[in-house]
Design a protein around this ligand. Structure first.
Ligand code: PMT
Length: 220
């Protein structure tokens, strides 16, 4: 572990779930803890890389990591774009909300005694990975696919549609891994190589394995 396979490389990573405001006190979120993105950041630093980490959570940052704090998908897109050009490897480990509230309220929404329910109008968020995929030049672009069914089929579709070099398929129906857990188990999909399964282990060990595979693919 910690072999300097990324010396001289710059790695841009996103971590955590985006938060989309409903009003000043409430938001739409998801179950991402940010642990996978932070483990990748730590492994990348240990492998000799310079790391920019765009994050929605406040976890202890790995040493020498440039952390850019964001909340929403729009803010994450802007931060990723700002650091994209100088990056050699870009990893979207964040769980980005596909939709946000169309018109977040300026004041706290009060309960209306005459209404039994409340309807929120949602609009589509930008697809950050797809936008980066469309404009990438020299970058090696990596996405995750969080799926609850037909894992590899959906991940393969995302690899192609979002123009990524590598898609890391994550079975989030298994509550012992992925969201919030210290451990994970994934399958790596790329255009040229056969799917590669990385068995259950802690997220830091897994991150080292992922980065070694990326470094090897970049050499090809
Ligand atoms: O944070 P942890 O608790 O450690 O959990 C890790 C994880 C399960 C969150 C992580 O490993 C993971 O799977 N991240 C991707 C979650 C996700 O949003 O997957 P998706 O299948 O919805 O999206 C596919 C890819 O497109 C992802 O790389 C995602 O970052 C990206 N995306 C999705 C939607 C969007 N609007 N913009 C994006 O860039």
């Amino acid at each position: 572990l910690g072999t300097p396979v990324l010396t001289g490389k710059r790695v841009l990573i996103s971590a955590g779930g985006t938060k989309e405001a409903i009003d000043p006190v409430r938001y739409i979120a998801n179950r991402s803890s940010g642990k996978m993105g932070y483990a990748l950041a730590q492994a990348a630093v240990q492998a000799g890389a310079q790391v920019d980490l765009v994050s929605t959570v406040q976890l202890p940052a790995p040493m020498f990591t440039n952390v850019i704090a964001v909340e929403t998908a729009d803010q994450m897109l802007a931060a990723m774009q700002a650091h994209f050009e100088q990056a050699d490897i870009v990893i979207m480990a964040a769980a980005v909300a596909d939709y946000r509230v169309a018109n977040p309220a300026n004041q706290k929404i009060k309960k209306d005694p005459d209404q039994k329910g409340l309807t929120l109008n949602l609009v589509e968020n930008p697809d950050i990975l797809a936008q980066l995929g469309a404009k990438k030049t020299h970058q090696y672009l990596v996405g995750f696919a969080a799926e609850t069914q037909n894992l590899l089929e959906h991940a393969q579709a995302k690899l192609i549609k979002k123009q990524a070099d590598l898609l890391i398929a994550n079975d989030v129906s298994n509550h012992d891994i992925a969201f919030g857990s210290d451990n994970n188990e994934v399958t790596l999909l790329s255009k040229n190589d056969a799917p590669k399964h990385l068995p259950l282990t802690d997220k830091l060990t897994l991150s080292h394995q992922i980065l070694e595979i990326i470094a090897a693919q970049m050499e090809e």
